[in-house]
Structure formats: structure tokens, C-alpha cells
Ligand binder design. Structure first.
Ligand SMILES: [Zn+2]
Ligand SMILES: [Zn+2]
Length: 465
């Protein structure tokens, strides 16, 4: 398999970087991008954590086709990488669309080698920006440079710049999707068909999300859920039937629960809708390392679990790997079998937007309770030391379905940008008792995990089991 190299950066960072290096046209400009890395099989991606400006005083020569940065600035960069355990993408500009020059080749190689002399093997890449073009490459120790095939820019939508001239493949059967193509065009449909998605949790919100995605033409889905199907799930799990819940014994009227894993049931159902889809059904919790790893090559992750522990892992992945997560939930407060309050929310989690900790949607005590073995939790619960996480919560299919619909619409925005600037969403509130839906947000907390892990990728561990 041929190696594939890519770069991932937020839209804010990309725009700032572009403005910085193009500010002195026709003279060249430079910036350093501190970067983490993700390696999956033969694919390697450099992930931008933040921009480090190179002050003009640190340019030794700044001309139209030549830029030389002082050794002092390079040494400063090396110690920054060393202190933070990060690599770097060297960024500079050209006044025209010309490619890398021999002096670029020589200069970048020299910088890469002096970085590796101090910190062996950290990622080193390069970004060349001109007024109308982007070029990129990744340097490898003892192996020269490798061309980068695409740069993913993550903002209110996911924009991919293909550097080798290839765009999204557009071979979808248009007769099935003709109504949708009327809305999003052939390119939009191709983007949906090529999307790699994960759904964590297949209950009241996860199952209608899966159903909608497959009907829209999404073909590559990872499903993660540790639970088996229970007949009481029929009231809200799409794709499930009476037959999935019970096994009838021959010659008797006795019924027994079948205990089919939810991921298997869902996968069978989705393949009936579209036999050509590729599904990876994972019957495990996302707090397990092997399950969480399957999220890392996805374009978008849907977080549809109520568990705080699992949500905290998915939340962290959004910022550490710059993979947008659409989190959703519905809460119904009922007392004496009567609803007193009902609220739904979706969060679009991505760098530059608050995370679930910033919103105070995650609770450390609850995560602790969820991480305890069952017998220990039960005895601590009797003594009043942990929260009760085992009692059943009310759930209603129309409410979980509404929220899942809003979540899939947020997915469409991320993939196609059909909403334009209004699609810069952080959160949507569904005030069920008032009958209203509206935008929401919050500040980003100063020392939050979403800031600490941003862009590190594999260069920092995930708190999984
Ligand atoms: Zn150059
Ligand atoms: Zn946060």
C-alpha cells in the first residue's frame, strides 16, 4: 500500500497563517506551525496545534524569491518543540504560484535535520502558500520529502484542498439520490457517499442517526455499542422488531429474551437499506483503547451515548485529533409518572468552539461512578458515596428522533456548508416544554482539557483502558 500524507488545520489557524505569510507581498514571509501527528497504517497526518509567528527581525534575508531565517529563531523553535513534545510545519510564501525552489529544498532539509538532531523522529512538514495556491510536503529522516495529497481545513464546515489534482470521486447512482442531488448537487452527494462516520451508542438517538445517514448515501460507518438488545428498546431503537427481542420455544408459549448485540442488529438492518455499505460493528465500550482507535480515521463522529465516561473520551478526540464530533442528548425530568421538564441539546465539538467540559455537561463524579466495578459501585451507592447511575431514565421516541434530526442536519452543514456563514454552530438547544429550538454557546474555559490536548494526535495518550 502506498503511503499517504495529509495535513489538518483549523480554519482560524489557516486564515491567520495565510494572512501572516502573505502580508509583505511581493516579499516572502514565514511562520512556524507547531504540530502533532496521527499515524494509521500507511497514512500519516500532521495536525496543527498553533501558529508561532516569526518576527521580521528574525529574517536574515527577505526578498521576492528568497527568505532566510536566523539560526537564533531556529534554535528557539527547536526548544519550543522539545518542551512541548511537538513537531513543526515550516510555512512560507511565494509571490507567484511557483513551486519549491532549490534553496527551499536545501533550507528546509537543514532545519529538519537540526530538529531531529535534538528531538529524533518528531514530525516535520512544510506548507508553501501563494495568493492562489497551496503546496505541502512532509520531511522524513534519511528519506527526503514526501508530497502531501490533501490539506483538511476545519471550520464551520470541513474543506479539503486536494493537492494532487484529484477531487472527491463522483460515481454515485444518481437515480436513488436524485431528490437529494437537487438540494446538494452531484459534488455534495459525492461528499456524503465518501464520508467516513462513526456512531457511538445505538439507542434512541444513535439508531435514527444511523438510519438517516445510510438513506442519505453514507457508506462507511463504524458502530460502537457494548449492549445487547432488550425488548424494551423497541419503543425507541430504529430497525428493531419484536422478533429481535424474543425467542419463542417450540410447542410452548414461553418467550425468552434473545440478547442480540445492538451493533449486530443495527448492522443487519442498515445493510437491508443499502447492501453496498461497509460497516464495522464493534460490540465494546468506547472507553476501550481498541474501540476508541477506530474513531481516529473518521471524518465526523456522532456521540449518542448518555454515559459521561465514554463521552469524555469522544470529547477529547475532537480536540486532540481535530475531528468534529456531534454530541446529542435528551433529558426528561419526570416525577410520579408526569413530565415536569424536558430538554434536548446537540453540541458541535471542534477546536475554537467550547467542549463538553466547558459547557459543564460532563461530571467528574459521574465518570468516577461509571468507572467503578459494578459491585463496588453498588456498595458505595448504598453508603451514599457515588451517584446513582443504574436507575432507568424516561425516554420518548419522538423527542430522541427530533434531536437526531437536528444532529444529522448539523452533519450536512459540516459536509456541504449549505447554511453558509449561519452554519457556524456550536450548540443547538431544544426547549421541549416551550416548543422552541435555538442556538447556544458558552465560553471556552481557561485551563480546559480541550486547550491542553489540541492538535497533539498520537503524541499524547488517550485516557482509555
Ligand atoms: Zn520558497
Ligand atoms: Zn473545554
Amino acid at each position: 500500500m502506498k503511503n499517504k500524507y495529509t495535513i489538518r488545520i483549523t480554519e482560524q489557524d489557516f486564515n491567520r497563517c495565510r494572512t501572516t505569510v502573505l502580508s509583505d507581498l511581493p516579499k516572502e514571509g514565514a511562520a512556524f506551525l507547531l504540530a502533532g501527528r496521527k499515524v494509521i497504517g500507511a497514512s500519516e497526518e500532521l495536525i496543527v496545534r498553533r501558529i508561532v509567528d516569526v518576527p521580521k527581525s528574525k529574517y536574515r534575508i527577505q526578498e521576492n524569491y528568497h527568505l532566510d531565517i536566523s539560526p537564533k529563531a531556529i534554535n528557539g523553535l527547536i526548544s519550543l518543540c522539545e518542551r512541548n513534545n511537538l513537531g513543526v510545519i515550516l510555512c512560507h510564501s511565494h509571490p507567484t504560484d511557483s513551486s519549491y525552489s532549490p534553496s527551499d529544498d536545501h533550507g528546509e532539509k537543514r532545519i529538519a535535520e537540526s530538529i531531529w538532531k535534538n528531538i529524533p523522529n518528531v514530525p516535520v512538514g512544510s506548507l508553501l502558500i501563494s495568493p492562489t495556491k497551496v503546496r505541502a510536503r512532509i520531511w522524513k529522516p534519511k528519506d527526503g520529502y514526501k508530497p502531501v495529497s490533501s490539506v483538511t481545513i476545519l471550520g464551520r464546515h470541513i474543506r479539503k484542498i486536494f493537492l494532487n489534482g484529484r477531487d472527491h470521486k463522483t460515481n454515485t447512482p444518481s437515480d436513488i439520490y436524485d431528490r437529494q442531488i437537487l438540494a446538494f448537487g452531484n459534488k455534495g452527494q459525492a461528499i456524503l457517499s465518501n464520508a467516513k462516520i462513526a456512531i457511538v451508542g445505538l439507542g434512541g438517538t444513535g439508531s435514527p442517526v444511523a438510519e438517516q445517514l445510510v438513506r442519505m448515501g453514507v457508506k462507511d460507518i463504524v458502530l460502537i455499542d457494548p449492549d445487547v438488545f432488550d425488548p424494551s428498546n423497541i419503543t425507541r431503537v430504529y430497525g428493531s422488531t419484536y422478533e429481535d427481542g424474543y425467542k419463542r420455544f417450540l410447542h410452548t408459549y414461553r418467550l425468552r429474551k434473545k440478547k442480540i448485540p445492538k451493533v449486530e442488529l443495527m448492522s443487519k438492518h442498515l445493510k437491508k437499506i443499502n447492501p453496498e455499505i461497509y460497516i464495522q460493528p464493534i460490540r465494546d465500550s468506547v472507553v476501550k483503547t481498541d474501540a476508541a482507535k477506530l474513531l481516529l480515521d473518521r471524518d465526523i463522529i456522532f456521540c449518542c451515548t448518555d454515559e459521561h465516561w465514554g463521552r469524555s473520551i469522544v470529547n477529547q478526540i475532537a480536540y486532540q485529533y481535530l475531528i468534529p464530533v456531534i454530541d446529542m442528548g435528551v433529558r426528561i425530568d419526570a416525577k410520579d409518572k408526569k413530565i415536569h421538564g424536558a430538554f434536548g441539546a446537540i453540541h458541535i465539538l471542534r477546536p475554537d468552539k467550547p467542549c463538553l467540559w466547558c459547557y459543564e455537561f460532563l461530571n467528574a463524579d459521574r465518570i468516577r461512578a461509571e468507572s467503578l466495578p459494578e459491585h463496588e459501585r453498588k456498595s458505595l451507592l448504598r453508603e451514599g458515596y457515588v451517584q446513582d447511575i443504574d436507575s432507568k431514565a424516561p425516554s420518548v421516541i419522538s423527542l430522541t428522533t427530533s434531536i437526531s434530526g437536528h444532529a444529522v442536519t448539523a452533519f450536512l452543514q459540516l459536509m456541504t456548508d449549505f447554511m453558509g456563514p449561519a452554519g457556524d454552530l456550536a450548540r443547538l438547544n431544544y426547549f421541549i416544554m416551550e416548543g422552541t429550538v435555538g442556538r447556544g454557546s458558552s465560553g471556552i474555559k481557561e485551563s480546559c482539557v480541550c486547550k491542553k490536548v489540541r492538535g497533539y494526535g498520537d503524541l499524547m495518550g488517550l485516557p482509555t483502558l
